[in-house]
Design a binder for this molecule. Sequence first.
Ligand SMILES: C[S@@+](CC[C@H](N)C(=O)[O-])C[C@H]1O[C@@H](n2cnc3c(N)ncnc32)[C@H](O)[C@@H]1O
Length: 305
Amino acid sequence: MFAYRHAFHAGNHADVLKHITLVSSLTLLKKKEAPFLVVDTHAGAGLYTLQSPLVRDKAEWPSGIGKLWAASAMPEPITRYMDLVKTFNKGGRLTHYPGSPLLAQMLLRDDDRLRAFEMHPSDIGPLQAALRGRPRQLKAERKDGFQQLRALLPPPSRRGLVLIDPPYEMRADYGLVIKALRDALTRFSTGIYMIWYPVIARYQVERLLRQVAGCAIRDVLHAQLTVRSALRDGLGLQGSGMVVINPPFGLYDDLAVALPVLAKALGQDGKAGFRLAQGDTPESIKTALGMSTPSAAVSPSQDRR
Ligand SMILES: C[S@@+](CC[C@H](N)C(=O)[O-])C[C@H]1O[C@@H](n2cnc3c(N)ncnc32)[C@H](O)[C@@H]1O
């Protein structure tokens, strides 16, 4: 169960997509005054040392944040995220990468809250250390993030964002995501739910998206970034996707400017691409999730909203 260590993947293209989506969403949420709760069901270790001996030679950040680091004149949704990463890298050298709970905590206002869950015995300590200092506001616990949603939803302020980002190393994670989502929606139907998924085996992606479409959702945004041509199913990460249920207003526009730039900057061959779609009717939700197209395969195109 504990084979997965996010340290190897920290700052890769999938983290870049996930974290730009997260940073944009939280920035947009702050346009309204009412406080919100952020739940990070699978939080990781918090801060990653990119040159650590643990990940040497196997680290994936050079083909993700490493490529963006040197780039100039990025659009605002990317710059906003890069600015947060830069606060962990004083002096201009890229040495550290902040994971989702650290990015989220930087965007919280005094009355906003973060609850983070992490099961790995080696990652929970660093995570708790990274979030130490604001106990009223930030809390990290070694608990099963899927199960904790029950107790936390709905939040008292009725405003909340839940990031669901399991390793998917065990196939059971796919089913657990859907189970947790269904249950969470019955408790808190207006919450923002962000589900990250890997593009490895196409059938698994299609099944996950079909099951999301079968949940009681009224508005969904789907963004997918692929950085290379398809590999044989199960053989490696071709890209990743984010499903955002009840996306904050403005997220589509942020991703519409970020995704083409990311596909170009992070593409590993001529087949890199993205898709972006949003739906708020039963038919458009299915289309957004790739169901009315022949397949969920990625083309370098942008679906219409
Ligand atoms: C993809 S990583 C998280 C990355 C992090 N969200 C980020 O973006 O920086 C998934 C993490 O979930 C942890 N994990 C696995 N099963 C879990 C569970 N049931 N509850 C909480 N954490 C779990 C793993 O140890 C791993 O650190």
